[in-house]
Design a protein around this ligand. Sequence first.
Ligand SMILES: O=C(O)c1ccc[n+]([C@@H]2O[C@H](COP(=O)([O-])O)[C@@H](O)[C@H]2O)c1
Ligand SMILES: Cc1cc2nc[nH]c2cc1C
Length: 354
Amino acid sequence: MTDAPDAPDAAAEIDVSIPHLDDDAREAAQERQQHLTKPPGSLGRLETMAADIAAMQATPQPAVDPAVVATLAADHGVASEGVSAYPQSVTGAMVEAVDAGGAAISALAAAGDIETLVVDMGIAGDVPDGVIDAHVADGTANMADGPAMTAAQARESIRNGQRVVADHAADAGIVGLGEMGIGNTTASAAITALLTDRSVAAVTGHGTGIDEATRQRKIETIEHAIAVSEPDPDDPLDVLRCVGGFEIGGLVGVTLEAASRRVPVVVDGFIASAAALLAVEIEPRVADYLLGSHASVEPGHAAQLDALGIKPCFDYGMRLGEGTGAALAIGIYRAACTAHTEMATFEEAGIKPE
Ligand SMILES: O=C(O)c1ccc[n+]([C@@H]2O[C@H](COP(=O)([O-])O)[C@@H](O)[C@H]2O)c1
Ligand SMILES: Cc1cc2nc[nH]c2cc1C
């Protein structure tokens, strides 16, 4: 097979096989819940979460540990269009902060007993030693001038993300999607408009904190980029090639690989959800392994979650990325599994409910 840069092949090129959910494990989990020391259904969504994870993991005793959040970072050529409140150099600087343990995700992961993986998918500049190398190139090309990457790079980014899970999170009980990349809400809005059939304006927000005039320029930049490259909305690899990012492709790979290993995937905010949309386009069964975290401030997030068929656990007005929403949500999923496995049954507690 040749790597024709301008004509990516069908999504079938990505090697992935997703197991069916285990309905027997779900039923066994639901049966156990009927016997736990509580009125049936009284733990609400916590009960659904535990049963869902049981079906994903194919066990009536679901567990999230060891829990991992993977924060994938890359630079974006479109940052030169002035679409972010921050310069491109902040991507690399924040990766150093994550590596040094001083970022928000470092603190929230530590608070939640979660392992963090920091991954270079395409940072332009020096990268500290502790960062996992999955580098595709020194940032994408500016999507306003033409495709953000070649078809070969789109595939490479996905494969590198798959490898991150295979090499560093093969034993994970749950994986959270995190990212860092100045300009990546522009890429994510473009992907979201194409995959959810919404207008660019409807799914383009303020990202790191741009003003309304800059948001209008961001909208025009995305519309121009789509007109220039004409991505095929039915071909996720072509969408990634034309308007994506290397960390977004990497998160597609993380999602596909985790799901193929029956590892539940906790989606984070706007960028992680754009990656999840692409992963589901590549292999629809991936949707079975997705779990919600928070509701991002970004206006396109609701449309993404709707298309993915997942509900957020909470709405705290967050818009940071890094996997911070996923890290908080993992605590909820852990609590759901712990209640499910650790609570006594009525029989064990010597209580006769009837
Ligand atoms: O996760 C979100 O919903 C989210 C919303 C807005 C911004 N971000 C983060 O901010 C950066 C992208 O914002 P921008 O304005 O540079 O496109 C990137 O590093 C993301 O992690 C993340
Ligand atoms: C400081 C900073 C931290 C971030 N973390 C994720 N995206 C970010 C963007 C900025 C600007």
